[in-house]
Design a protein around this ligand. Structure first.
Ligand code: FMN
Length: 189
């Protein structure tokens, strides 16, 4: 069973990005993939290298262990002022250490995003891909920018746009295929 972790860059309950991850969760083959959404981002403290010497804070350890335990990550991020929300970047800064053995290294990562504006968080997605690549993740060449999210996700958090659902299915398929291929290559090596 493949384990895929969804990480939303939004902390709010009615987040369009978290809704997008929930919609993605319905598109994985449940016999093949165990998909869950990380819920502990809000508890991550600001990165302080002094706190990262002898045992990181517990919420950080939990996040690092979750990233290590899962085979692939699906991020859905909003855009805050043309970039990644600060708390998500901060969480990734924690995950990035120790450099050589950080749990994101070689992990297949797909990035999607939603915003209420027309561009669907494309700049935040680009920044997030760059950050994940810098950390050593295997960033997949997939993209899904959900603009005008309030017209595509209803007040109950349901994705109501079939075209977006098809594109989301493509992202899900690529993530699964490429994660399985990477695992096969690792076994063969
Ligand atoms: C602090 C802040 C900054 C924002 N900056 C942008 C932005 O640069 N570009 C954009 O398209 N939307 C921006 N937005 C609007 C978000 O796209 C919108 O709030 C979206 O619903 C957030 O995602 P969520 O529903 O997953 O929380 C911003 C929102 C906030 C709260």
């Amino acid at each position: 069973m493949l384990k895929v972790l969804g990480i939303s860059g939004s902390l709010r309950d009615a987040s369009y990005n978290t809704s997008l991850l929930r919609a993605a969760g319905e598109l994985f083959d449940a016999d093949e993939v165990d998909f869950s959404i990380y819920d502990g981002l809000k508890a991550i403290p600001p990165y302080d290298e002094d706190d990262d010497v002898a045992g990181a804070p517990e919420p950080v350890t939990r996040l690092r262990e979750a990233v290590a335990e899962f085979d692939a990550i699906l991020f859905a991020t909003p855009e805050y002022n043309s970039s990644v929300p600060g708390h998500l970047k901060n969480a990734l800064d924690w995950v990035s250490r120790p450099v050589a053995t950080n749990p994101l290294r070689n992990t297949p990562v797909a990035v999607i995003g939603a915003s209420t504006g027309m561009f669907g968080a494309v700049w935040a997605q680009a920044v997030l891909r760059k950050v994940c690549a810098a950390i050593g993740a295997r960033v997949l060449e997939v993209e899904l920018a959900v603009g005008h999210a309030h017209t595509r996700i209803d007040e109950n958090g349901r994705l109501i746009d079939d075209n977006i659902r098809e594109q989301l299915q493509d992202v899900v398929n690529v993530l699964v295929e490429q994660t399985l291929e990477a695992q096969e290559r690792a076994v063969a090596a």
